[in-house]
Each structure stands twice: as structure tokens, then as C-alpha cells.
Design a protein around this ligand. Structure first.
Ligand SMILES: Cc1ncc(COP(=O)(O)O)c(C=O)c1O
Length: 490
């Protein structure tokens, strides 16, 4: 009976040996990641392996692991690889990986109750308060990523603007005149949060940016004044600490002052940039972050914690709790026992079941220390400056935006620049040499290299640029042959 219904292995010794093999395989993967292609296209037969019907019967763990090694591991995103430079993806780290296994073993639910995993997350909240200069009664919690963290912040700001009634009556009556402000360079998840919060994207003003891609303070002031004149109510001002396209930082101090004057909520989207506080090179440029009413950021980007580890910090803990706490008989709190330890993390966000994201973050910070993570952040910015200098020195390449943090936007100079640069990036992905992404700046397609990974070195930048020039020449001279392999292109 037990053998059929328990999910525990019938032979723990065999399971242990298999478990060690699996661990070894992943350690080998990380140790030798540099020898692999960054990414490779998924062959049709591999894709087809994931279209099988629901398996009714069992399969040996070793066989499923073999399938993982053959069909999953080689075709992952590649963001652990030093040549990955696309979007804003962190590299993860081996210690965080082990911690994730420990967390899965504990199978803790951090929605609430009185157990030490909750204390670990509270420790992270305290470290975040300390790092960002928030008061001791500020509250925070892990969420999936900054998209969700921005959403949580907006919901608290909505509650602050409309009062407790909004939780019962919804937004129908009160939200039509609310206006939020962010720069035109802000991440799209802010507009999405406006949509999801029921305020609507029409309520979001996208303010133009200056030549450094930061929000134009004068234009913001004018927009607010016009809205006030029109009987509208400015309630939410978002500053970005590290825009997704080029890494620009808004003037957070000025935004904080405007928000205070206007009685509006000041939120900072610091998805990757906020952790710049860990290094003296960047921290002074984030001045004003300590005045935010809320701050969203990710440990899984510059913090190198394995996915996912988004975080939201809210200055007014009571308001934060009032926005989400929902009494229920089955969630009764006690003074003692496992149902103690109130408030619970489920009182501060929409999730009741919550995994132990805090553990991999705690391990990463404890093992490496905040200074080393700060040094990695500095190094990625130095590498971006190195890449910028190499681009400026190369007549075939052209820089398309100022390099302010760790992001470099540029293109291969040619006629028909947009399709050719888009194709160069695809060639690069398929070559396995490097994986930048693209963006559109002033209507032109740019190759965008966001250097986030702690493993990236100057030689990875050199390899990426050499391949871009090679593919650019091939494409413009009409001698492109698809799928240049890693070896060929090097
Ligand atoms: C500035 C900014 N905000 C928000 C996000 C969304 O973060 P996440 O992908 O963790 O939801 C990103 C992602 O890169 C970002 O750069």
C-alpha cells in the first residue's frame, strides 16, 4: 500500500546516489558553463518531446533526469552564461542554487505562521530597510519580480488615495480622476499595473525624457499643473532607478520633493538599479531613494540570486497591511503555537501560499557579503564603459545612447540598418557566442547589451563585438551563411 501511494523513494540509498548524481551534473554545468553555447535553437524533435500526453504511469527518476540532461538543460535561456547580455537577466550563483534545493526540501509555506523561514524573510526586510534608509516600521516582502512589486505599490497608493472603501466598493466611483506619472522610458509593467488596478492606462501620464533619458522635471510639473487645473488628482509619481532600455536614473530627489508637495505617493521602480546602493560608485546617484513611499526591485538581477526574487518595500507598514490583510476564520492568529507570529506575510500581498525565496537570497548575501555583490555591480558598469570605448574606436559601429550604468546600445553602421541589426542579433544568438537583445531608440533598432552577469569578462565583450562585426560584414556583403557555430565564429 505504502509503496504505491507515498511519493517517498522505496530505496533511500538508491535515491541518495541518484540525488548526488543530479547535484554533480548541475555543478558540472555551472563549472563548465563558459564552454557551452550561450543559447541554441531548439530542434523540432526536442520540442516535440514536450507534447506528450499526461503520463498515467511512473518513470524511474534516473530516466527523467536523463531526459532533463538531454532535452532541457542544453536548451535553457542561457543567462547563467557570461556571454548573456540580453534584456536584464541575472546570472544566478551556485550557492543560491544549493539554497533553492534546501528550500524545496523544507517545503516551507511563507504565507504565515510562526517558523524560522518567516524570520529569514523578516531578516531580508530588515536588510532592505537598512540598505535603502527606510524606517524600522517599513514593511516588505518577496514577490515574483518587479512587475508584481510595482503592482503591490500601486495598490497601496490606491488605498492611500481612496481610503479603505476602495477595498469594498472597488474603483468605479473614485478612480476616474486619479492620475499617475512616470517617464516615457519607464517599464511597461507600470502601465499594466494601472490596468490591473482598475484605474486604467489612460490615467498614466508618460512624461518626456531629457537627453540622458531621465524624466523631464519641468514637463512633469507642467503635466501635474494641467491635470490639477482640469480637476484631476495626481496621486502616484514613479521614478525609475535604471531604465530598462539604457539604464538612466531619474532625479529621485526632485521627484520626492514634487510628490511631497502634491500629496502624491512617490514610488521608485529600481528593478535592477536600486541595488546600485551596494556600491559607492552608484549610491550617490540614487539619492532620494530613501524618501520613497515604496520601492520595487529584484534580487534576481544585479543581486545574482537565482530566479525569482522580486521585492517590495513600503515605508508606511500600517497602510501596506491595511491594503491586503483579509481576516478569515481559517487564518485565525494565536498568541502562541504555530498559528502565532502575526502579522503574516499574507497580510502584505495577494499571495497566501508563498515559497521560501528568502533562503536563496539570504544564502547569497551571507556567503558572498554585500560588498562583493556591490563590487560585481561596479564591474558590470566598468565592462559597459569598456564596451563603449571599443565601439567608439570602431568605425563600423555606432553608439546610440549614453552609457550610464551597465547597458550599451549601439548598432552596426550600414544601409538598411534596422533589419540588418535585428538579423545580426539573431545570428549572434544562433551562433551561441553572445546573447544581447534589441530595443528601439529614436525609431531605430539598437543592439542592446545589458551586462548583469558576475561571470562576464572583457574577453566576452571582445567576442561579442568581433562576432557582431563579422555578421555585419557578412550580411552587408551578402555572404551570410546561417548558423555559424561557436567554434567557427571564434
Ligand atoms: C526598470 C524595470 N522595471 C520593471 C521590470 C520588470 O521586472 P521583472 O521582470 O522582475 O518583473 C524590469 C525588467 O527588466 C525593469 O528593467
Amino acid at each position: 500500500m505504502n509503496a504505491q501511494t507515498s511519493l517517498d523513494p522505496p530505496d533511500w540509498g538508491r535515491f541518495r546516489r541518484q540525488g548526488h548524481r543530479m547535484l554533480d551534473d548541475l555543478i558540472d554545468y555551472l563549472e563548465h558553463i563558459r564552454e557551452r553555447p550561450v543559447w541554441q535553437p531548439i530542434p523540432n524533435d526536442v520540442r516535440a518531446r514536450f507534447r506528450e500526453p499526461l503520463p498515467a504511469g511512473s518513470t524511474d527518476l534516473a530516466a527523467v533526469h536523463d531526459e532533463f540532461m538531454q532535452s532541457i538543460l542544453p536548451f535553457a535561456t542561457g543567462n547563467s552564461h557570461p556571454g548573456f547580455m540580453g534584456w536584464v537577466h541575472g546570472g544566478g550563483n551556485p550557492d543560491g542554487m544549493l539554497a533553492e534545493m534546501l528550500a524545496a526540501g523544507l517545503n516551507a509555506n511563507l504565507g504565515g505562521r510562526d517558523h524560522v523561514p518567516v524570520e529569514v524573510e523578516r531578516q531580508l526586510v530588515q536588510w532592505a530597510r537598512e540598505l535603502f534608509g527606510f524606517p524600522n516600521d517599513a514593511t516588505g516582502l518577496f514577490v515574483t519580480g518587479t512587475s508584481m512589486a510595482n503592482m503591490v505599490a500601486l495598490l497601496v497608493a490606491r488605498y492611500a488615495a481612496l481610503g479603505a472603501e476602495v477595498r469594498r466598493a472597488g474603483v468605479a466611483d473614485g478612480a476616474y480622476n486619479l492620475r499617475a506619472y512616470t517617464s516615457a522610458a519607464a517599464h511597461g509593467c507600470i502601465a499594466q499595473a494601472m490596468d490591473l488596478a482598475g484605474i486604467g492606462t489612460d490615467g498614466l501620464r508618460e512624461i518626456p525624457t531629457d537627453k540622458r533619458h531621465a524624466i523631464e522635471i519641468d514637463s512633469l510639473e507642467k503635466a501635474i499643473m494641467n491635470d490639477r487645473r482640469g480637476g484631476l488628482r495626481p496621486f502616484f509619481i514613479v521614478g525609475t532607478a535604471g531604465t530598462v532600455d539604457i539604464g538612466a536614473i531619474d532625479d529621485l530627489k526632485a521627484l520626492a520633493a514634487i510628490a511631497r508637495r502634491e500629496g502624491a505617493w512617490f514610488h521608485v521602480d529600481g528593478a535592477f538599479g536600486a541595488l546600485g546602493m551596494l556600491t559607492p560608485d552608484i549610491a550617490p546617484r540614487l539619492t532620494g531613494i530613501e524618501e520613497a513611499d515604496s520601492l520595487a526591485f529584484d534580487f534576481h538581477k544585479w543581486g545574482q540570486v537565482p530566479y525569482d526574487a522580486g521585492f517590495i518595500l513600503v515605508r508606511d507598514g500600517a497602510l501596506h497591511r491595511a491594503t491586503f490583510a483579509t481576516p478569515a476564520a481559517y487564518l485565525r492568529r494565536e498568541e502562541r503555537g504555530l498559528a502565532g507570529g502575526s502579522p503574516w506575510f499574507c497580510d502584505f500581498g495577494p499571495d497566501l501560499s508563498r515559497g521560501f525565496r528568502a533562503l536563496k537570497t539570504w544564502f547569497t548575501i551571507k556567503v558572498h557579503g554585500a560588498s562583493r555583490i556591490g563590487a560585481i555591480i561596479s564591474k558590470t558598469c566598468e565592462l559597459a564603459q569598456y564596451m563603449k570605448r571599443r565601439i567608439e574606436a570602431c568605425p563600423e559601429l555606432e553608439l546610440l545612447a549614453p552609457v550610464q550604468l551597465n547597458i550599451v546600445c549601439f548598432r552596426y553602421r550600414c544601409v538598411d540598418s534596422d533589419p540588418i541589426n535585428a538579423a545580426i542579433v539573431v545570428d549572434l544568438h544562433e551562433s551561441g557566442i553572445a546573447a544581447p537583445s534589441t530595443t528601439v531608440l529614436d525609431g531605430q533598432i539598437a543592439i542592446r547589451a545589458a551586462i548583469v552577469n558576475h561571470r562576464t569578462e572583457a574577453s566576452d565583450i571582445d567576442a561579442a563585438l568581433a562576432a557582431i562585426i563579422k555578421f555585419g560584414r557578412e550580411r552587408t556583403e551578402g555572404r551570410h551563411s546561417p548558423r555559424t557555430s561557436v567554434q567557427q565564429a571564434y
